[in-house]
Design a protein. Structure first.
Length: 115
């Protein structure tokens, strides 16, 4: 019985471990991110902070915004739900990432980070 349970516990441990790291894949590299309220796009640098903006209308309505870290990021933490973007970006910036690869067409959204 002991030998049959060890693989089960090992598999369960791996599933829990992997699920805790999936949040890292919620950050994407934005090659040409929206960088102004008028919709202008500039080339993003890998060292820039990328904010994933999630509007209140739902999980599917989102926009990645690339901004400079020193100008726009108030706290140097990965997930800062208190950060908000003024103007047309009236939603909450759920992700604040630096030196992560970001992609303007995300494959999924980690729903535990969204109200």
């Amino acid at each position: 019985m002991k030998y049959k349970l060890e693989p089960t516990f090992g598999l369960l441990f791996l599933i829990v471990l992997i699920s805790n790291f999936t949040f890292a894949f919620d950050c994407y590299f934005c090659e040409n991110c929206l960088n102004s309220q008028r919709g202008g796009r500039i080339s993003a640098r890998p060292g820039d902070w990328c904010y994933k903006i999630v509007w209140r209308s739902g999980r599917g309505n989102q926009q990645i915004v690339s901004r400079g870290a020193s100008a726009d990021c108030r706290q140097n933490i990965y997930n800062d739900p208190s950060m908000s973007i003024p103007g047309v970006f009236s939603g909450t910036a759920r992700y604040c990432c630096q030196n992560h690869l970001c992609n303007s067409t995300p494959t999924h959204v980690n729903s535990k980070n969204i109200n």
